[in-house]
Design a protein around this ligand. Structure first.
Ligand SMILES: CC(=O)N[C@H]1[C@@H](OP(=O)(O)OP(=O)(O)OC[C@H]2O[C@@H](n3ccc(=O)[nH]c3=O)[C@H](O)[C@@H]2O)O[C@H](CO)[C@@H](O)[C@@H]1O[C@H](C)C(=O)N[C@@H](C)C(=O)N[C@H](CCC(=O)O)C(=O)O
Length: 482
């Protein structure tokens, strides 16, 4: 493929010696360079790709692209934003693979994963074949591989799209990915904006900046693409206004009248308007948050012209999503829930869902992640105090933070909010064991923060995930009762 074709429409500042250069491949990682490749130098979070230009040349790069004004012995193209150019070029290199597929992007703080699996179930149960790229796994052509990033880097992502033989591809799009242009070059048929919660402010610095990053996805809609937003959410309403301003078609989901899909909080259903007749659909899914997720998925079904009952049929086939409101039933009518919730709003929805399920008492095990947004911790604490009856603060990922420092943070929170309703047990497995021990008939234990993820620390029980810990305790409980 010719370099000039790959650079078409890219924001190029200066260029020289471009002639008729053939491109064999392209990457932003000098370690992956092969002869005839283009190396795109990207300013990253921990390294500056421009430092690896010499290494890329030694490995045989035939062209370098970067943001600096440089004079090199091989052709160099200076661009305004090399991350964006990377996505755009790699997409062209693979023949714009998103163009001829149905591509659904799901963004927002909470609900991305569950919504994505619901959409997938609707497609799969109705004669389509779909791929999914997200927090838990990359599921392409029926083959699953573990997820590294919720949204992979541009080169991997475009390669996955290229290799995907399915009709539909559902992509969870993180704010990091948008800010870093990992999805540049992708064209979305539908974009879903679930909500925005106090999160990632270590990276985005303010909610406005976080919102700005999320809104970048709207620029990537296909010409006839469609956005769907949750207008019960403050930032969803801002997204709605922005979309109107941009002249993009937008459908709404929420509990207020006049929304395209109206959530009926007390009736376990949704009321849907649209091209076809208005209709109330019953949903058998627990939790208000899941009715929002289901409403987005049903709306996607509407957009591809599915009969509504076929969407409901699909939703009834959603397999359990790892680490998302995953219930383990204990003898003596005790339930244990594992959920990825790690924001105040995530807590609100999980804890209230358990309450609606009729929990006698709620015991909540959770912690705070090191090196992440600290501003949300207070609100997380308040949320649990509002709804749960007892909490145990424990370790989540430390991400390089000294364990002593995190332990002190947990004890400080516990002392500050001490109403004889909480405890600190830093070992996560012992905290879970204690919570289950405390539970009596009709009680629910909820463990939040890690969801499907593997532990990064070694804990007492030697288990690797919350599910493994809970199942090990269940096994011991059953043995003891024999
Ligand atoms: C902070 C962050 O977002 N980092 C992401 C970023 O990497 P980076 O900026 O650190 O890259 P870097 O190591 O500084 O390298 C800069 C450049 O130098 C190049 N390099 C580097 C070394 C070398 O020898 N040669 C070389 O060419 C690198 O290939 C790169 O192009 O770009 C990489 C490729 O896209 C990502 O994999 C990486 O995600 C890291 C692993 C990460 O943990 N990110 C998290 C914060 C994240 O993105 N999370 C969201 C989900 C958030 C949520 O909703 O919960 C996600 O989408 O996963």
């Amino acid at each position: 493929m010719k370099l000039t074709d790959l650079l078409e429409d890219c924001d190029v500042l200066t260029e020289r010696n471009l002639a008729d250069i053939d491109v064999k491949g392209l990457t932003d990682d000098s370690r992956e360079i092969e002869p005839g490749y283009v190396f795109i130098a990207v300013q990253g979070y921990s390294h500056d790709g421009h430092q690896y230009i010499d290494e890329a040349i030694k490995r045989g790069a035939s062209v370098i692209i970067g943001e600096r004004s440089l004079s090199l012995d091989i052709p160099y193209v200076q661009v305004k934003c090399s991350k964006k150019v990377l996505g755009e070029m790699v997409s062209r290199f693979y023949g714009n693979p998103s163009k001829d597929k149905i591509v659904i992007g799901v963004t927002g703080s909470n609900g991305k994963t569950t919504t994505s699996y619901m959409i997938k179930a609707i497609f799969d149960q109705n004669g389509y074949r779909s791929s999914l790229i997200g927090t838990i796994e990359y599921l392409i052509n029926g083959k699953s591989s573990p997820s590294k990033n919720t949204t992979p880097g541009a080169v991997s992502l475009q390669r996955m799209l290229y290799e995907c033989e399915d009709d539909v591809i559902i992509i969870e799009v993180s704010s990091h990915a948008l800010k870093q242009h990992r999805v540049a070059g992708i064209q979305f048929d539908t974009v879903i904006f679930t909500n925005l919660d106090c999160e990632h402010l270590d990276y985005h610095h303010s909610m406005e900046d976080y919102f700005k990053a999320k809104s970048m996805i709207f620029d990537l809609l296909k010409k006839d693409g469609q956005a769907i937003v949750n207008t019960d959410d403050e930032w969803g309403r801002k997204a709605y206004q922005l979309l109107l301003k941009l002249g993009k078609p937008v459908l709404t989901v929420g509990t207020k009248p006049n929304q395209d899909i109206r959530i009926l909080p007390d009736q376990h259903g949704v009321y849907i308007k649209g091209n076809k007749a208005d209709e109330t659909l019953e949903l058998k899914i627990p939790g208000l948050h899941n009715r929002y997720n289901a409403a987005f998925a049903i709306m996607v079904g509407e957009l591809i012209g599915l009969e509504r009952q076929k969407s409901i049929y699909g939703l009834n086939h959603v397999e359990k999503v790892d680490g998302r409101f995953q219930i383990v039933y204990f003898p003596g009518n005790k339930n244990v829930v594992i959920d990825y919730a790690h924001t105040p709003n995530g807590f609100y929805h999980c804890l209230n869902t358990i309450k609606q399920c009729g929990a006698r008492r709620i015991i909540h095990v959770f912690g705070f992640r090191g090196m992440r947004d600290r501003s949300k911790r207070l609100m997380m604490m308040k949320q649990t105090l509002d709804v749960s009856d007892y909490y145990i603060l424990t370790f989540d990922d430390l991400n390089g933070i000294d364990p002593k420092e995190m332990e002190k943070t947990l004890f400080d929170f516990n002392t500050h909010y001490d109403e004889n309703r909480g405890d600190v047990i830093t070992d996560r497995t012992l905290a879970i064991e204690r919570a289950i021990e405390l539970a009596r008939e009709g009680d629910w234990v909820i463990i939040t923060g890690k969801g499907h993820e593997q532990y990064k620390l070694d804990f007492e029980w030697g288990t690797k995930t919350d599910l493994e810990t809970v199942e090990t305790i269940l096994h011991h409980t059953k043995e003891l009762s024999l």
